[in-house]
Ligand binder design. Sequence first.
Ligand code: GLN
Length: 188
Amino acid sequence: MKVAVLALQGAFAEHEQMLESMGIEYMEIRQEKDAHQSFDALILPGGESTVMGKLLRDLDLLPILKKKIEDGLPVLGTCAGLILLSDNLSGGEMPHLATMPITVKRNAYGRQLCSFRTKAELKGVGSVPMVFIRAPYIEKIGEGVEILAKVDDHIVAVRYKNQIGVSFHPELADCRSIYQMLLQSVTL
Ligand code: GLN
């Protein structure tokens, strides 16, 4: 089993450390030829979604990754990664993958610091630590989207077919259950 981590910008190294500590082989996607290699799952990290979206477009990665996800590649999008998956961005368009029928609000907790830590129930898992950094939340979900977690009545984690999207940073809170969920969808 090999997990690819999108390594253009943002918190990709922290995801790699988590995978390493769990004994999971990983590779980085930095350019088009990496995306043509064989891998079993994909992680889209947090960071700055506008920058990542532009890089994905400029490096010709958007169509390849979009097709792989639509063809069933298990994917985990965290924070900015969730924004890249959303097919509807409230307040501003930008290049992105748009593979999940959800509406996401960027910087939903305010533009300034607005970083916080909490614990909340993750469906099927129990209470898990969640770290939010200039985080989005999910305003609306489309058909077939399952809500996995809410914080203060806002949706912060969802699953749609082979795709998992979370507003928070599991890699900064040693929240292994999110990775286990992704790996389970590889073996389904
Ligand atoms: N605010 C960032 C964005 O809109 C996301 C922040 C993060 O990934 N921690 O892209």
